[in-house]
Design a protein around this ligand. Structure first.
Ligand SMILES: Cc1cc2nc3c(=O)[nH]c(=O)nc-3n(C[C@H](O)[C@H](O)[C@H](O)COP(=O)(O)OP(=O)(O)OC[C@H]3O[C@@H](n4cnc5c(N)ncnc54)[C@H](O)[C@@H]3O)c2cc1C
Length: 311
């Protein structure tokens, strides 16, 4: 029997908040707070786009036609900790940094390895966020979601492929909308002071090596897997730092309009002026990619997700 799903407010012409603080708007925008409201959104537009915290997202200046949904309230912002299994059952809109603190308060450890990564849980899982100290896939026990057909699903860890800054969740069900995750953690031995100290260490490392205060989305490009020997730099088959290649290609400080390549970390492209546009950032990314290709014959792939344009 067909079920009538609950209505959800659809707002017209809304800004899409990203860490670049620039870019286009959403023609239609919704903030469902229940799974059924989300399913109603899928019914309205099966091609809808999901906005997390916008920490890895650049939206073309022309904006996007598809319905944009933000899952940051109600069921999607909930957290339940199961002490018996040391598992955090968390909504996809929950802030990752807040989750690290909440799990420590509950005597559970592990997530401190992801300190300083701005993300919603959904964004972190779909991108397999991580760094020098670990990645979120290390903790995923299961992922909950809604398919583009409106089906509610739970995928166990062994049904998901995680790779470097990537999961195949975007492909499953033609782009699964993550509604929550089960993260399996470790119970602290004694108290959580060692985990809190580790968190400080991870945060200090990030602050020292990356321009955390700039209007950026972190690394613009993925660290490439090298297919041929780069004399004195890398041997075939290894993954090397995109930032190092960008630096050696002489791109640090390169500017297009209001967008600049950081002089601290070559893989951080940021809005250096309030007049910066998404077009400035995309043009700068193209220039950087061309220079690296020209010097090393390595094609950089964007880590930042671009809506409404391609590199
Ligand atoms: C200062 C800074 C430092 C950073 N450092 C790191 C780092 O060390 N390591 C790292 O991995 N990343 C880093 N990043 C990038 C960013 O933090 C991660 O990619 C993060 O996972 C993005 O999460 P988000 O919620 O902001 O996703 P968004 O940027 O909002 O979205 C990114 C993609 O995920 C999709 N998405 C979001 N939520 C969902 C959902 N619920 N269901 C399905 N798809 C969804 C979006 O549609 C989009 O395709 C950094 C960013 C900044 C600004």
């Amino acid at each position: 029997m067909p079920v009538t799903l609950p209505e959800v407010a659809i707002l017209a012409d809304q800004p899409i908040a990203t860490w670049y603080k620039c870019g286009g708007r959403a023609r239609r925008f919704a903030r469902p707070s229940t799974i059924d409201q989300l399913r109603r959104c899928v019914e309205i537009d099966p091609g809808l786009r999901v906005l997390g915290e916008g920490a890895n997202l650049l939206v073309a200046d022309a904006g996007v036609e598809e319905l944009v949904v933000r899952l940051d309230q109600g069921e999607f912002a909930a957290l339940r900790i199961d002490q018996a299994t040391a598992t955090a059952h968390v909504g996809s809109g929950f802030d990752l940094m807040k989750l690290i603190h909440e799990t420590h308060k509950a005597g559970l450890t592990g997530l401190e390895n992801l300190g300083g990564i701005p993300a919603s849980v959904g964004g972190a899982v779909t991108m397999n966020a991580g760094g020098a100290f670990g990645q979120i896939a290390d903790f995923v026990h299961a992922v909950h979601g809604v398919t583009r057909g409106g089906e509610v699903v739970r995928l166990a860890r062994n049904q998901i492929i995680f790779d470097y800054r990537h999961s195949d969740l975007g492909k499953l069900g033609a782009g699964m909308i993550i509604t929550g995750a089960e993260l399996k953690l470790k119970r602290a031995v004694g108290d959580t002071s060692a985990a809190r100290a580790k968190l400080k260490e991870v945060m200090a490392y990030k602050k020292k090596t990356q321009p955390m205060g700039a209007d950026s989305c972190g690394c613009a490009f993925k660290n490439p897997a090298i297919l041929h020997d780069l004399r004195g730099i890398a041997v075939a088959g290894t993954r090397i730092s995109a930032g190092m290649l960008i630096d050696k290609a002489g791109c640090k400080g390169l500017t297009v309009g209001g967008a600049t390549v950081s002089t601290q970390h070559g893989n951080f492209l940021y809005a250096s002026s309030p007049s910066c546009t998404a077009t400035d950032l995309i043009t700068l990314m193209r220039q950087v990619r061309e220079k690296v290709k020209g010097m090393f014959d390595v094609t950089l792939q964007n880590e930042v997700v671009i809506w409404g344009d391609t590199l």
